[in-house]
Ligand binder design. Structure first.
Ligand SMILES: [Zn+2]
Length: 276
């Protein structure tokens, strides 16, 4: 089965969540990693993972949700959450320079500090990178990300660049540092991503939806959900000249290898669904 390595399904209306998971399983997506975006939201991600076998949690503060540079109290909370067995990645963390705020120093400090929390629990990191808008001059989010990943030796922890939207030259820098690249439905419309999709080694491909409540889409049926993972796999298989089954096998085994010892609980769920 497929794994959705990055979503935010705990943010959906509680009445909808069981159906979202059922639709995912029907589409052969057997495990979903739901990522917190603030300290409080990380707690909600864990609570959902505690009540649904196919859901696992990430904890972290998203760069655009920062209201200050994370304090030692925030980091202690995240560290405490990371002890929960349902927590299998540090996510969502990262750098976002699309707008002038939150303050770029807060973002850099908080990304750095959260990588250290991940290190103290040997968690892989699932990180966000968004480049600046074109209308003003700012430091590149890519450069900021690469320098923090290098300073913290984060490649030792492993992880992935989630919702990857960069070009091949940036992807290859992340691959050199030891990270995976996670593809989402953007692959079906951003042609600049196709070079990376073709050139990336088999053992670095991951799949995700980044599903969250898309209230800006009036038609509920059009919201992205974990059940859409096969759409991303189909596009990758077309670009790489391989079968969807091959992409599924690669992406699932890559996710499990990224998760290290925490892969066991995920494998157990996939196995139990496969033998239904
Ligand atoms: Zn996300």
């Amino acid at each position: 089965m497929f794994i959705d390595t990055h979503a935010h399904i705990h943010q959906h209306d509680p009445d909808e969540i069981s159906d979202i998971i059922d639709r995912a399983i029907t589409a052969n997506v057997g495990a979903i990693i739901t990522a917190g975006t603030t300290v409080e939201d990380s707690q909600k991600a864990i609570e959902l993972a505690q009540t649904h076998a196919s859901v696992f949690a990430g904890v972290g503060v998203h760069p655009t949700d920062l209201t200050h540079s994370l304090t030692s109290g925030d980091l202690a909370n995240l560290s405490k959450f990371a002890e929960s067995p349902e927590v299998i990645v540090m996510s969502e963390i990262g750098i976002d320079h699309q707008n002038r705020s939150p303050d770029f120093d807060w973002q850099a400090e908080s990304f750095h500090a959260q990588i250290e929390v991940a290190r103290s629990h040997s968690l892989p990191i699932v990180f966000h990178i968004r480049e600046q808008g074109d209308d003003y001059d700012a430091h590149s989010a890519r450069d900021a990300t690469i320098s923090i990943l290098k300073e913290t030796n984060a490649g030792e922890l492993g992880g992935t660049a989630h919702y990857f939207q960069g070009r091949w030259d940036f992807a290859s820098q992340l691959l050199d540092l030891g990270f995976h690249i996670s593809f989402a439905k953007t692959l079906t419309r951003i042609t600049d991503l196709e070079e990376t999709a073709r050139k990336i080694p088999d053992n670095r491909i991951l799949l995700e939806t980044d599903a969250y409540p898309q209230t800006f889409k009036k038609n509920r049926a059009k919201w992205t959900e974990p059940r859409d993972i096969p759409v991303v796999a189909e596009k990758l298989s077309a670009l790489r000249g391989s079968s969807v089954g091959d992409i599924q096998n690669l992406a699932t085994s890559n996710t499990l290898s990224m998760l290290g010892r925490r892969s066991e609980i995920v494998s157990a769920v996939l196995d139990s669904l496969a033998t239904r």
